[in-house]
Structures are given as structure tokens and as C-alpha cells.
Write a protein that binds this ligand. Structure first.
Ligand code: FPP
Length: 237
């Protein structure tokens, strides 16, 4: 693919419920179909040469959904981990799970531990699954950690700068996303990576998540490559 490939692509996977609704199917069928689209984008990201892929799989707000839907989503997560972990490890994909995962039930936590352990050290693609994740909660957690460090005398409050703050986030050490894709046409951030998206290019597509293919990913990357990023400055040359 052409020049300046996005190094880090983040995706808000939206539209599973509508995909199912249009077919008169229960919403959970849309989530199961959504799992296949995850496989598609992992392969697409590897083929394109993307280094980091971050997927918003379950938000802190999603805990407010009906218990049967939460159960279905946890079932999808467990099935994904079981079905994919060996294959992802063979493909060189390292999976990390970021969010308040202590809120997950034990089988889901175990699934998370297994997929993370099996894929550790993969060096082709870093796949971040954001689960029980909220951007505001992440920022509050970082503030708490820095305040505790200051109280313990480990850091001078005046020495807390952007780099220190970045390091205290769940994504500490991972570069910010270059490109954010949101499916199903919604124009919202929905509490996703609020700090990290400061200069990220957005691509919104009407495609519902279960229908999203690697070609849709390539199209988003091509559109990104046609844009000029200025990070608040002026155009070069
Ligand atoms: C939003 O669609 C999607 C979610 C809340 C869950 C995303 C989960 C998956 C794609 C399952 C597979 C993921 C992994 C990593 C195993 P929605 O339900 O809000 O759809 P709607 O807006 O049309 O109702």
C-alpha cells in the first residue's frame, strides 16, 4: 500500500444490533456475526502492514444493557478467545485486553488470561481489545495513580507533564491512534480513548459492523493517506 500507512488504527465497532434487527433476528446474532468481522480486520490489518489495531469491544456503558445481552457479549468474547488464540499466536498477533476487566465474570476473565498468555510476544500486530473500557474512567484512573505517586513522594506535582500522564493511561507506551474508524454512520466518540484521539483522523462509514470487510478497512486507510495531517500547525512547504 502507498505511503504513510497509519501505524495505529482504532475502531468503534457499531451496528451489530441494527444488522440483526434488519433481518428480524435477535440482537445477539449481530454480535456473533460481529466476531467474524473481527477476524476480517485482523487479517486486513496484517496484510496492510498496520502495527497496532485497537477494537472497542465493550464499553463501561454497555454494562447497562439487559443481562441477557451482556451474557451474549461475554459468550462471544469467550468463543473468540477459544477459537482464535492459537491461530492469532501463529500469525504473530499479540492480544492485550484493556479496561476494568475485574468487572468480568470468571469464565470471561479466564478467557482473557488465556488469549493474552497464548499470544504474548507476537511481533506482527498488536491487537488491543478494549473491554469494560471507558475513556473518562481511564483518565480518572491515571489521575488517581499520579496523585498517589505524588503523595508518596515519588513524583513532584509540578513535574507531571503530558508524557507522565500518557504513561499513566491504560495505553501507556502505545502510540496514539493515527486513524479512528466508526461503523454504522454514527458521529460520536462514545467515551472512547478521549486523551489518545486528540489528533487522530476520523473515518465514519455507514457499513454496519458485521458487514465490515478488509476492503472497507483498506478504503479507510486510502482515505487517510489522501489527507494531510497538520497536528494544529500549518502545511509543510
Ligand atoms: C455495538 O453494536 C457493538 C458492541 C456493543 C459490541 C462489539 C462486539 C463485537 C463486535 C463482538 C466481537 C468482539 C470481540 C473482540 C470478541 P450495537 O449493539 O450498539 O449495535 P446497534 O447500535 O445497531 O444497536
Amino acid at each position: 500500500m502507498a505511503s504513510h500507512l497509519p501505524r495505529h488504527v482504532a475502531i468503534i465497532m457499531d451496528g451489530n444490533g441494527r444488522w440483526a434487527g434488519r433481518r428480524d433476528l435477535p440482537r445477539c446474532v449481530g454480535h456473533w456475526e460481529g466476531m467474524n468481522a473481527v477476524r476480517e480486520v485482523v487479517e486486513g490489518a496484517c496484510a496492510a502492514g498496520v502495527e497496532i489495531l485497537t477494537l472497542y469491544a465493550f464499553s463501561t456503558e454497555n454494562w447497562r444493557r439487559p443481562p441477557e445481552e451482556i451474557e451474549a457479549l461475554m459468550g462471544v468474547l469467550q468463543a473468540f478467545a477459544e477459537k482464535e488464540r492459537e491461530r492469532l499466536a501463529r500469525e504473530g498477533v499479540e492480544v492485550r485486553v484493556l479496561g476494568e476487566i475485574e468487572r468480568l465474570d470468571e469464565p470471561s476473565l479466564e478467557a482473557v488470561r488465556r488469549i493474552v498468555a497464548t499470544t504474548r510476544g507476537g511481533d506482527r500486530l498488536l491487537l488491543n481489545l478494549m473491554i469494560s473500557y471507558g475513556g473518562r474512567e481511564e483518565i480518572v484512573g491515571a489521575v488517581r495513580a499520579l496523585a498517589a505517586a505524588a503523595r508518596a513522594g515519588m513524583v513532584e506535582p509540578g513535574a507531571i507533564d503530558e508524557d507522565a500522564f500518557r504513561g499513566a493511561l491504560l495505553t501507556g507506551g502505545i502510540p496514539d491512534p493515527d486513524l479512528l474508524i466508526r461503523t454504522s454512520g454514527e458521529m460520536r466518540i462514545s467515551n472512547f480513548m478521549l486523551w489518545q484521539l486528540a489528533y487522530t483522523e476520523f473515518h465514519v462509514t455507514p457499513v454496519l459492523w458485521p458487514d465490515f470487510t478488509r476492503e472497507d478497512l483498506f478504503e479507510a486507510i486510502l482515505e487517510y493517506q489522501r489527507r494531510e495531517r497538520r497536528f494544529g500547525g500549518v502545511a509543510a512547504g
